[in-house]
Each structure stands twice: as C-alpha cells, then as structure tokens.
Write a protein that binds this ligand. Structure first.
Ligand SMILES: NC(=O)c1ccc[n+]([C@@H]2O[C@H](COP(=O)([O-])OP(=O)(O)OC[C@H]3O[C@@H](n4cnc5c(N)ncnc54)[C@H](OP(=O)(O)O)[C@@H]3O)[C@@H](O)[C@H]2O)c1
Length: 259
C-alpha cells in the first residue's frame, strides 16, 4: 500500500484560505502533494498568503477572488477553478466570521451576517462544488466548524456563533448522507480557540490573562495553534479517510472530552 495520506494528483480549493486556519491548511495540503488554490474576498490578503506559503515551503499556490455568501460568485469560483485545474477533488470551507454580543442585545443584522458567511456560504460552496464532484464521482469536503457547534460557553455572547456552528455540524452530516453514494465524503473539523486574525481582538479584549486561562482550562495545557488543524485536514482530504464521512474531528486539546 502506498502513502494513503498523499494528495498527489488532487486539486484543492480552500475557501477562506488567506485566514489563519485556512492558510495553514492550504499549505499542509500543498506540502502533501495537492495542487491548491485559495479563495476569499480580499486580493491583498490572498496575495500575502500566496507569498507566505511560497516562502515557508517553496510551493506555488494560486488564488481566486470570491465571496462565498454570494451565489453567483460561488458559481464563478467553481467554473473558473474547473476551467483552470480541470477538476476539483477537495473543497475546504475555512471562511468565517465571529462577533460576540449578549443575546438580549444581539444586533440582528450582525446575527444574519454571521449566518450568511458561516452557514449560507458553506452550504453554497458545498452545493456548487458538490455538483461538480458528483459528475466526477469523487470528492472530499471539509467544513471548519468549532467546539462551539457542540458546547455552549459559560459566559454570554455566543448565540450567533454557536448557532452557526451547530448548523454547520448538521449540514455536514446531512450532506454526508446525500453525497455518500457519489463517493464524496463530507466531514468537519471543530477547533477550539486558536490565535488567528479572527480571535486576536476578542482575546485582547478579555485581558492579559486570557490566553493563559484558556490554556490552563485544556487537558493539554496549551493554546491551540493553526498547525493543529493541518493533520486532521490532510487526513480528511486523503484516501486515508475513504470510509469516514459525516464526522467531526476536534483538534481541541481535549476540551470536548471534559466539556
Ligand atoms: N480561530 C479560532 O479560534 C477558530 C476556532 C474554531 C473554529 N474556527 C473556524 O475556522 C474558520 C477559519 O477561522 P480563522 O480563525 O482562520 O479566521 P480568519 O483568520 O478571520 O479567516 C477567515 C477567512 O474567511 C474569509 N472570509 C470571510 N468572509 C468570507 C466570504 N464571504 N467569502 C469568502 N471568504 C470569506 C476571510 O477573508 P476575506 O475577509 O478577505 O474574505 C478570511 O480569509 C472559521 O470558520 C472559524 O469559525 C476558528
């Protein structure tokens, strides 16, 4: 048996691939042999991520400007990437948006915006790349969920974010059910708090001990790193996970074991 984790010959799109977790995953997929393209809304951050990945591992990846919460933009992303790559085997949904407000004060426009990016955007990418994968008879879809899809926080603020991630978990399971017959696996990764652009302001606002307190609360006694998502992503995108579908892997230092 060859290397069942190899992604040689596979083409991957990482939506949100210029973000903290998306960029680490995009690099990890490229390092394991995939041809990778990243996609999000901002050209500058996409170009920065392409440069940083090249500097880190010497590999070239490409990028597309796309808004995952606009259906026409997702359709254009599918047709452009299929035109350029010939086929897309792997989709990683690493886009996301996180704002905290007490439930009784939650601005509903922010709540809806979070659902647009975290839920509608994930569903639209799965829908349109899924249609392409069905034609090919092969696909690996990985959605970035969160421990917050499974356990609520003690403090206030997470009604929106937890709601979106619970939805991602159930969409992942339902799509696994619908797409399994086409040789497409659909799984999720559920990290705990990881230092990325999404979390830096939130962590800073919690005071000087926020990071240490988070680490102390985890069985593994350290904060999560973006690289902690890479192994699970490579596994879920490779043939090593050929019969794994509808699952959520938690690179969370043990939080869900005790949560
Ligand atoms: N960091 C954590 O602690 C943590 C924990 C658990 C789960 N997660 C989840 O992991 C995923 C990645 O989070 P992260 O920490 O890497 O966040 P991040 O650093 O803020 O990156 C998010 C990425 O999503 C892109 N994005 C946002 N809206 C988009 C849209 N409408 N269309 C396309 N791309 C869009 C952003 O780029 P543009 O703004 O340029 O479009 C950015 O590249 C998210 O789903 C998040 O909820 C994160």
């Amino acid at each position: 048996m060859g290397n069942m984790f190899s992604l040689q010959g596979k083409n991957a799109i990482v939506v949100g691939g210029a973000g903290g977790l998306g960029q680490a995953i995009a690099q990890g997929l490229a390092e394991n042999g995939a041809k990778v393209a990243i996609a999000s809304r901002n050209a500058d951050s996409l170009q920065r991520a392409v440069r940083e990945i090249k500097a880190a591992c010497g590999l070239d990846i490409s990028y597309y400007i796309a808004d995952a919460s606009v259906e026409a933009s997702v359709e254009a992303l599918v047709s452009d990437s299929v035109r350029d790559l010939g086929k897309v085997d792997i989709l990683v949904n690493a886009q996301g948006f996180n704002k905290k407000h007490k439930a009784e004060d939650f601005p509903m426009d922010v709540f809806e915006q979070m659902f647009d990016v975290n839920v509608v955007g994930v569903m639209m990418c799965c829908k349109h790349f899924g249609k392409h994968m069905i034609k090919n008879g092969y696909g690996k879809i990985v959605n970035l969920s969160s421990v917050r899809g499974r356990i609520a926080t003690k403090g206030a603020g997470n009604a929106g974010y937890c709601g979106t991630k619970g939805a991602v978990d159930m969409i992942t399971r339902q799509l696994a059910s619908e797409f399994g017959q086409y040789n497409i696996t659909v799984n999720a990764i559920g990290p705990t708090v990881t230092e990325t652009p999404m979390m830096t302001d939130i962590l800073d606002s919690r005071g000087p001990n926020a990071r240490k307190d988070l680490a102390d609360n985890l069985p593994m006694k350290r904060m999560a790193l973006p690289s902690d998502c890479v192994g699970p992503a490579v596994f879920l995108c490779s043939d090593a996970s050929g019969f794994v579908t509808g699952n959520i892997i938690y690179p969370d230092g043990g939080l869900t074991a005790i949560g």
